[in-house]
Design a protein around this ligand. Sequence first.
Ligand code: M6R
Length: 364
Amino acid sequence: EKGGYKHFMLKEIHEQPQALEDTILGRVDGITGQVRFDELENFSLETVERVIITACGTACHAGMIGKYSIEHLAKVPVEVEYASEFRYRQPLLNEKTLVICISQSGETADTLAAARLAKDSHARVLSICNSMGTSLTRIADWTLYTRAGIEIGVASTKAFTCQLAVLFLLALYLAQQRKTIENECILYQVQFLLTLPRQMNELLKISDHIHELAREYYLYHDFLYLGRGVCYPLALEGALKLKEISYLHAEGLSAGEMKHGPIALIEPDVISVVLLGRGITGVKTLANIEEIKARKGKVIVISHPEHLEVIPPVEKLLVIPETSEFLAPLLLIIPLQLFAYYVALEKGSDIDQPRNLAKSVTVE
Ligand code: M6R
């Protein structure tokens, strides 16, 4: 049932190109760039004034990344909040608010409570869910399914990349509805989206290489993950993956915040994993590498090819294939998932059933 893989998590990491292809299938026209969701009948954003995305754990990280493309392409303000915070905050909601709830299982207690609260406050609720016919999809007005297939490993991998794909398609869809971007820009993004599964397949070939890297680093105790823009929530996700299954201390940080405190942590035994996305946020993060190196910290860089010429010497440099700024997280996440997996493997932890964790958190 693990298809020759040692763990479900590794199998699910490798299933991502297919899961992504399935999730995109039939939802975008490669020639016109037109996005269509059969599920969104009677859905219009004309009266929507703001969007709130709420979810837990990895699903919330996907939402944080989705915010960038929805705001940039569809020009509608988006807030993102952990469902456990949202539900107790008495948020200001009305019929002009669209609340997007994201969940792999559709049964996470806090996310369900957030969805119910939104409904009771007359907000409109759209769920992004991987499991069919769940409590969340019953509460929601509309549901967009990720088509990742069953995810068994407690550490979420393929559900996350499919959530990113649906959020990105939704950003394009809303932009088309609201006529906020040029067709040329839509086509540019769609081309990159459609090449992603193939690029992901290519990237997965570095698996052995990442295993080597994990062997070098699994005995260290502290890992900082840094990024800006879309790479900030990705840093949170990379750190979450490592702590969940390897039980190591890992922190995701906004690279721009380093100088306001966390840089005090840097010393030779602290490993910094620096994420360089496409564009200005990647360029700005280069300075962090210099600062960490100056304090003798060890640095692993995962970068978009754009910055190759200007990256200072570091312990390890991994490069992803070329893509757009908003889609870079779908490729940058692959080395992060593999690194977490192989570190956990070297440490001998129970990867598919890590201690203290459940696949779906159905109680508060
Ligand atoms: O089923 P859900 O997507 O609602 O689950 C949310 C979180 O519990 C989940 O993403 C959790 O953080 C994962 N174990 C992360 O790998």
